[in-house]
Design a binder for this molecule. Structure first.
Ligand code: AMP
Length: 209
């Protein structure tokens, strides 16, 4: 089954994706994670993407489509995969349609004010990628999962978050109607807590299987 998780930045797509991929045994494809790994390794691709990402803008379609196509060509995607943060534009969605059949798209809905609060308090483990919120951990800088250092992502500062939201409304939210017209869209309220959102997503997936 090929799934897409849609939703604004900070809706919890990454957190939910981990649980879904574990439960259904499919690989997690996060273009954001792939881009951050390219930046960390100092590749040409990473260097080209960094300025867009730091400003909260989208990396150009041809670059991201290339990354996604390359990833789904790997053998572990043969039985399905979960896209998190891809597609983000209609052009990306059209390119993906040419590449493979999408079975289900789940939109996690969270209001803008909640997004700003979530992202500005988000902390990420540099080592294992686990995410935390300052409302739960205060100013701790140690990952309770692996002992790694917790940092704030460069694009989680308030100004960049506002731009990421504007970009989401302009360029990504039209995908809700795009997939709804194809009869592929499932909707989940994203404010219900991680467990409740996970249950809601799983019931939509199970109904589709
Ligand atoms: P994310 O981790 O999904 O929030 O992505 C972080 C940043 O990576 C985004 O703000 C974009 O700059 C870039 N990015 C990730 N996925 C895409 C995509 N599908 N299209 C364009 N840019 C992307």
């Amino acid at each position: 089954m090929n799934l897409i998780l849609l939703g604004p930045p900070g809706a919890g797509k990454g957190t939910q994706a981990v649980g879904i991929c574990e439960k259904y045994g499919i690989p997690h494809i996060s273009t954001g994670d792939i881009l951050r790994s390219e930046i960390k390794q100092g590749t040409e691709l990473g260097l080209a993407a960094k300025s867009y990402m730091d400003a909260g803008n989208l990396v150009p379609d041809d670059v991201v489509i290339g990354i996604a196509v390359n990833r789904v060509n790997q053998p572990d995607c043969a039985k399905g995969c979960l896209f998190d943060g891809f597609p983000r534009t209609i052009a990306q969605a059209e390119a993906l349609d040419e590449k493979m059949k999408i079975d289900l798209v789940i939109n996690i809905d969270v209001k803008d004010d909640d997004i700003v609060a979530r992202l500005s308090g988000r902390r990420v483990c540099k080592q294992c990628g686990a995410t935390y919120h300052t409302s739960a951990i205060g100013d701790s800088t140690v990952c309770s999962a692996c002992g790694g250092e917790l940092i704030q992502r460069a694009d989680d500062n308030a100004e960049t978050v506002r731009n990421r939201l504007a970009v989401y409304h302009q360029q990504t939210s039209p995908l809700i109607a795009y997939y709804s017209k194809k009869g592929l869209l499932g909707e989940v309220e994203g404010n219900g807590g991680i467990e409740a959102v996970f249950e809601a997503i799983c019931s939509i997936i199970d109904a589709k299987k």
